[in-house]
Design a protein around this ligand. Structure first.
Ligand code: SF4
Length: 413
């Protein structure tokens, strides 16, 4: 297990000669092909109709439909960079096998696009015949935007392959926090989904340090349960059963909740992350007194601004006379699901992955918030004139969003 935090790993910058890449080195910057990939990038991910909506102050009226686009939507800086690096990797290493440890981002279109260009997946839904055991020093492995756990990183380093690190800086920021908590003997309480790749990676950073502990809480309800245990104690066996999948090995709630530091999965509901952090601060004040808070509680703002901006932009659409809202993004995309939650609180909202979900003017196949499976809803599209709110998660290409608008307009024809 490495004791070398990711921020201090050896870095290779803009060397354009493949022979300059030493085994096990990590490329974290462009490889000099930014210009060359632009036309592919535009073609694969951009959309003329979305550009038209933006140019028209985020509103487009055609054939009786008025589309209101959220002012922050779609690709964030982290996803943009991650995909650019993946495309540069394809250009730079045309004769090598190129792998991704898992999905590069949570969007089926983007993953299938990279797969079609020859990138293979070592795990996750797009994995085919090959896995981590098949990687050799001759290969190139791309690390996705939301990170990779320490164990995988160590395995790849031992293989001696070239790695292209596309991990987002906002995720690295969270890692720095939990690593500092672990060094200081604080347990990291991570607001997130314990099974999400980013939270798995973040948790693994903690375990690099002797005695490092973590606990992942999904929402305020779980935070309240933990806070109750901190203040009043409780049934340890029940606690450990409840968080069996979400805490570090040999976690002891009586011992490991005395000093806590807050962190979050970057794509969670930002208002909930902030509320949970405040709530735990109050809990530690109640337990140990205001004068002792510093000895028992740590918190730093690790909310990703892109996630927060997209959530705020949905709230701004509240002022529009919307008949319904379409939120586009991968069904496993955490940030997209949270956009659905926010929108669903004030307007009928449909979460679809692609325009294929718009089956006909009568039927839509979509995933309701909080469910895993899609359903088909009848009579979803109101008669014209109608106002439709639209937005997309941080991993959704504009191309995908634009196709949905075009499909709705095609129903009219
Ligand atoms: S959502 Fe935030 S943390 Fe995730 S890739 Fe985008 S900018 Fe980075």
């Amino acid at each position: 297990m490495t004791d070398l935090p990711i921020a201090k790993r050896p870095e290779v910058s803009s060397h354009f000669d493949e022979s300059s890449f030493a085994p096990g080195q990590i490329i974290r910057k462009g490889m000099g092909h930014k210009e060359e990939i632009q036309s592919d990038f535009q073609q694969d991910y951009h959309s003329d109709i979305i550009n038209k909506v933006i140019a028209n102050d985020y509103v487009l009226t055609e054939q009786g439909y008025t589309f209101h686009l959220a002012t922050d939507f779609g690709f964030c800086y982290g996803v943009d960079r991650s995909l650019e690096l993946a495309h540069e990797t394809l250009k730079h290493f045309p004769d090598k096998r190129i792998f991704l440890t898992t999905e590069i981002i949570h969007n089926p279109y983007a993953n299938k696009n990279l797969e079609a260009k020859g990138i293979q997946f070592l795990s996750g839904p797009y994995q085919k015949d090959l896995g981590i055991d098949d990687v050799t020093a001759e290969d190139v492995v791309i690390l996705p935007a939301f990170g990779t756990d320490v164990g995988m990183l160590e395995t790849l380093r031992n293989k001696g392959c070239i790695m292209v690190d596309t991990i987002c800086g906002s995720v690295l920021n969270v890692w720095k926090r939990v690593e500092s908590y672990a060094r200081e003997g604080f347990t990291s309480i991570i607001h997130g989904k314990h099974y999400h790749e980013e939270s798995v990676a973040t948790s693994s950073r903690v375990l690099q340090y002797k005695g490092g502990k973590y606990l992942v809480v999904l929402n305020m309800k779980e935070a309240e349960y933990v806070a109750d245990y901190i203040v009043k104690g409780g049934d340890k066996a029940e606690f450990l059963t409840k968080f069996a999948e979400a805490c570090s090995p040999e976690f002891d709630p009586d011992r490991d909740l005395q000093k806590i530091g807050l962190a979050n999965q970057t794509t969670m509901l930002s208002s909930e992350s902030l509320a949970i952090a405040d709530f735990f601060k109050d809990t530690m004040i109640e337990k140990y007194g205001a004068d002792n808070t510093h000895n028992h509680f740590r918190n730093f703002d690790t909310i990703c601004s892109a996630t927060e901006d997209r959530q705020q932009a949905i709230l701004k659409l509240k002022g529009q006379p919307l008949d319904m809202m379409i939120v586009m993004g991968g069904y496993n995309s955490s940030n997209t699901n949270h956009l659905c939650k926010i929108a669903g609180e004030f307007v009928t909202t449909y979460h679809i992955e692609s325009a294929d979900g718009l089956l006909s003017p009568q039927q839509i196949q979509h995933k309701p918030y909080g469910q895993w499976e899609t359903i088909i809803t009848e009579s979803w599209l109101p008669k014209t004139p109608c106002n439709i709110g639209i937005t997309s998660g941080a991993s959704t290409p504009n191309y995908v969003l634009g196709r949905a608008i075009e499909r709705i307009l095609s129903f009219k024809n």
